[in-house]
Design a protein around this ligand. Structure first.
Ligand code: AMP
Length: 430
């Protein structure tokens, strides 16, 4: 029997665990560290936090785990894959050297520059004074032009500010470099970047270092409120649909971004094995790369994997064995979506602990409920304990049908203080 360990605890990991089980032709024994209450219905939960690498390795060793898959970025950038490989433990994910593509925005931008990958024009600043001088130089336009300020390191979504004016940009520099709102280490250096405009698309792929397999392109909805209003969140919903990325733009992104990235990584000696996520902006002069992530996105994964028909374990195995070129991935035709339900107050301080009603009313043959932040109460009910709590995912022949399925199921769920966007997947609501 396959024995698989998934590391992580969010909606993304619930979708990964679900997809491994759902696509496997043979029985699987699944473990998830640390997981969450929803994941606990499909996998045995292992009470080890994602940053405790040595205990995770020890667990994999003593439990004869055949494959470990790492969900979040923090353990990847901290080198968990390197540790497992040193110990001879089968693991899928990029090494710390490859994970720098996400762990350092400066490394990523310099890498894009070295390999002529289309991206926004940028400068690096090592001090607030240098950053202000860069703004004043006029290189990024006048006082009224938008500019983007990015912390170099991992910042859990708090490291990027799209500043509409110079005053906002100066405040962002102060917040990041002096007030340390994204943590002291993340913003020792920052990137100042030209503001691009256009629709965004997330293009994810499996890579074994040489060969790769694209996933259906996805569109995220980052802001908390309908019509794209309010503060940014980890993501309030995602769709996959043919309208996200047309074939010509996709071909161009593959030629100008995907292939130079994988070839560049090989040439620089850090072969990229794992999941690569390209955050694209579709500008009038073609697709440009905003950022790399070195892992599945959340909630993109919940919308993408629901369409996967190929055995996910065999895809992970092919990444490890560098045989991805021999595998043809099969995806359900049509579209998919994930609509996130959060607790009131999120993305700020939020309420927690309410009992979730109605989950048993949802038909698991049409809609999957992926848990992001739930706990199990002593009476056996799920309670809403996270900022993002649930993601409802469905796949069907058309986007309107998918959205009908998600929102009809959502109407059956209730807890005091639940909030969600009502416009996921509407053309104007990206
Ligand atoms: P990142 O983490 O670099 O993807 O940035 C997070 C979000 O900030 C992106 O999804 C975009 O919405 C926005 N963003 C980042 N870079 C730029 C840019 N150069 N121009 C406009 N928006 C940007």
């Amino acid at each position: 029997m396959r024995r698989i360990l998934v590391i992580g605890s969010g909606g993304r990991e619930h979708a990964i665990v679900w997809a491994i089980r759902h696509t496997s032709p043979t029985p699987v024994e699944l473990f998830c560290a640390p997981g969450n209450a929803g994941i606990g219905q499909l996998a045995q939960l292992v009470n080890i936090p994602v940053n405790n690498q040595s205990d995770l390795a020890q667990f994999a060793q003593t439990n004869d785990i055949e494959l470990t898959f790492v969900g979040p970025e923090a353990p990847l950038t901290a080198g968990i894959v390197d540790l497992f490989e040193e110990k001879g433990l089968p693991v899928v994910g990029p090494t710390a050297a490859a994970a720098r593509l996400e762990g350092s925005k400066i490394f990523a931008k310099d890498f894009m520059a070295r390999h002529a990958i289309p991206t926004a024009k940028y400068r690096v600043a090592e001090s607030p004074a240098e950053a202000i001088a860069c703004l004043q130089s006029g290189e990024f336009g006048s006082v009224d032009s938008p500019v983007v300020i990015k912390a170099d390191g991992l910042a859990a979504g708090k490291g990027v500010v799209v500043a509409a004016t110079r005053t906002e940009a100066e405040k962002a520099i102060d917040d990041l470099m002096i007030q340390h709102v994204a943590g002291a280490q993340a913003a020792e250096r920052i990137v100042i970047e030209e503001a691009l405009s256009g629709p965004e698309a997330s293009l994810l792929l499996f890579s074994d270092g040489r060969d790769y397999a694209l996933m259906p392109a996805a569109r995220d909805h980052k802001r908390i409120g309908d019509n794209d209003t309010g503060p940014n969140t980890g993501g309030m919903g995602t769709i996959t649909d043919s309208s996200v990325l047309d074939q010509a733009t996709l071909d161009r992104a593959v030629r100008e971004i995907v292939e130079p990235t994988l070839a560049g990584a090989r040439a620089e000696g850090f072969t990229f094995k794992g999941i690569l996520f390209l955050g694209l902006m579709l500008t009038p002069s073609g697709p440009k790369l905003l950022e790399y992530n070195v892992r599945f996105g959340d909630p993109e994964t919940q919308a993408i994997l629901i369409r996967l028909k190929t055995d996910l374990y065999s895809v992970f195995d092919a990444i490890r064995n560098e045989t991805l070129g021999q595998l043809k991935l099969d995806w359900a035709e049509g579209s998919s979506a994930c609509v996130v339900v959060a607790n009131r107050g999120y993305p700020g301080k939020y309420e927690t602990g309410a009992e979730i009603e109605g989950l048993d009313q949802i038909d698991p043959n049409t809609v999957q409920v992926f848990h992001a932040g739930t706990s199990l109460s002593p009476n056996g009910c799920f309670t809403a304990t996270g900022g993002r709590v649930l993601g409802l995912s469905a796949a069907a022949a058309s986007l309107p049908r998918v959205l009908d399925l998600c929102y009809a199921s959502l109407a059956k769920i209730h807890w005091p203080g639940m909030q969600f966007r009502t416009d996921i997947g509407r053309a104007s609501a990206a």
